[in-house]
Design a protein around this ligand. Sequence first.
Ligand SMILES: [Zn+2]
Length: 278
Amino acid sequence: MIHDIAPHTYDNQYAPHTPRDEDIVLAYRKGEILCNYEDDVLSFPTLLQLGASADTLTYLFTIDQTRYFLAGVEVDPFAGFAYRPVSLARTAMPRVASFAAITGHQLSVWYRDSRFCGRCGTPTVHDGVERMMRCPNCGSMIFPRISPAVIVGVLNGDRILMTRYANRPGAKRSALIAGFAEIGESIEQTVRREVMEEVGLRVKNLRYYKSQPWSFTGCLLMGFWCEVDGDDTIHVDGRELAEGVWLTREEIDWDDIGLSLTGEMTQRFRDGLARVEE
Ligand SMILES: [Zn+2]
């Protein structure tokens, strides 16, 4: 998946590092990232190339020995580097650069949206110790926001429940049931509620599979397997405008490019590795 970057190691411990010339600077603008992108290969400017003032940069994370900083002011494109949609990280290589691009993007969105205290409106300041923005007036502490969400593989004999968005152009591709956790519910309750809301089915035997940070949308995805409980008649919720279908392994048309938890779970089902629990 997109966050599986081994043998590279991602270190997200916050520390107020002083930028060095060889450090990478990630600059974002309206969903785009400043990068060099040729022949599907993605790279980013160093501080030396960019020539930005070090005191406008915010430390993000380290991958292996390489530190990544966030540009705090808008940077103009320059020789070899242009703004490209962050979504190109879905297909760009190497995987470690794609991971850096989307992870930096999630952090940049959080920093952008945390410049003022939501409680009293005062401009916030960086905390020196943790990755946190602090209000110097009322003391409010703002931590990075991550939204928990579920991906659900509902099994029924030798079939799996897939959904398709009926009203989106080119929306032939199938997906698993997915949705955000709501305040006040456990993640297991999220699974049950989302399946009920989207296709009107009860489920049982919930089994946690795996999680994935999905920085495109600021989520932490949690994958579950479960089985339909009782009546397997699908009642599609018109609000989500999706159609739900039971598909066998042979009926799934899905080109997994190794990116997403949905893709991995779908592939496991196709490979016969996800089965109904007796
Ligand atoms: Zn405040």
